[in-house]
Ligand binder design. Structure first.
Ligand SMILES: [Zn+2]
Length: 348
């Protein structure tokens, strides 16, 4: 094996350095990352004369890998003649074998795992729990999720016709390519990981239009009974189910129980014991709640508070006293950014 280090100080370009390597007549050439047309051309030429060439391009999936090479300037027909395959790879976390437990249709019915699985039309198999062995995350180690696009004679014909990305993807699937989502959900069916984890990595659940009662309850955390009643009133009128907690610790244990798929947390900033900022930081440190939408209620319009809250991971904040119209608008906006559009409740 021979390696040549690319050193810009020699005055040679990456492509010229690669050509030097090729001049040594290797059987296999690992070309590194293809970023420009000269590098792409040399790699292609090496492949045409019978060398095995391995190279990387930075793209999000297999079809985009082909698109990238075409965008760099390679002719689709020429590319099709010498390209064997594009392999795209993602990693998802594997369930911890010590603590994962079978999905329970009854007690897990309201979990996020159950909801995501039903949107995707698959049956959940196991749930992530968390133990000492996995530092409470429920996951240990990683599983590769590959997407393999083979350039069969059929695909070469398609590529010759300068297809767009959708046509390319359809052709690849018709030709047997299994997408990230399919490969990933297979690992869910085998009990190796969860739908939640696949969704976290691949983001395969589309933007949903849902009624408020279908997206999961809002967790309302405030030590002031009057404020809770006011916010609950607004949320219930919007159609949400509401779960109340009187301080940060109670909220945290409600979330950790995992039997409800909370759509949103609305929390007071100033509470005795664990306050809003501490709860917020705890939520953002856990992978399972790092993207859970959070609106913070504060009693001062202090700009320093605002900055601190947003830095700690709040999606939005609202200054007390609670204004019903503002709260409703913020709830809609925050959920929309999380991919959920709340349908207005039908007037009864
Ligand atoms: Zn564990």
């Amino acid at each position: 094996m021979t390696q040549i280090k690319f050193d810009p100080m020699t005055g040679l370009s990456f492509a010229e350095t690669l050509q030097q390597l090729l001049d040594r007549n290797p059987d296999v050439l690992h070309a590194g990352e293809i970023r420009d047309l000269p590098t792409a051309r040399i790699s292609l030429r090496a492949a045409v004369i019978g060398r095995k060439v391995i190279a990387t391009v930075h793209t999000s999936d297999a079809v985009s890998g082909i698109r990238r090479l075409i965008d760099i300037g390679l002719a689709p027909g020429r590319l099709g003649e010498s390209l064997h395959a594009v392999i795209s790879l993602r990693l998802v976390r594997a369930l911890c074998p010590e603590c994962a437990r079978p999905f329970d249709a009854e007690s897990d019915a309201k979990s996020r795992e159950a909801k995501l699985a039903s949107v995707l039309g698959i049956a959940p198999v196991k749930r992530a729990i968390g133990c000492k062995a996995c530092a409470g995350t429920g996951y240990r180690g990683q599983i590769p999720i590959p997407e393999v696009l083979l350039l069969t004679p059929e695909m070469r014909t398609v590529l010759n016709g300068s297809p767009n990305d959708v046509e390319l993807l359809r052709a690849a699937q018709a030709d047997g390519m299994r997408t990230f989502a399919e490969v990933g959900l297979d690992r869910v069916r085998r009990g190796d990981t969860t739908v939640e984890e696949i969704e976290r990595v691949l983001g395969i659940v589309p933007v949903r239009y849902e009624s408020a009662d279908a997206v999961g309850p809002v967790l309302l955390v405030d030590d002031e009974e009057q404020d809770r009643a006011l916010a609950r009133n607004v949320l219930e009128r919007m159609g949400f189910q509401v779960v109340e907690a009187t301080d940060g610790a109670a909220a945290q244990s409600a979330i950790e129980k995992g039997d409800e798929d909370y759509s949103l947390v609305i929390m007071d900033l100033y509470m005795p014991g664990m306050d809003g900022t501490a709860l917020l930081r705890t939520l953002r440190q856990s992978l399972s709640t790092q993207s859970l939408p959070v609106i913070v209620l504060t009693s001062s319009a202090n700009p320093r508070d605002e900055l601190e809250l947003l830095e700690a991971g709040a999606d939005d904040y609202l200054v007390k006293p609670i204004d019903a119209g503002r709260l409703e608008a913020r709830v809609r906006a925050v959920l929309r950014r999380a991919g959920v559009r709340i349908a207005s409740p039908t007037p009864s």
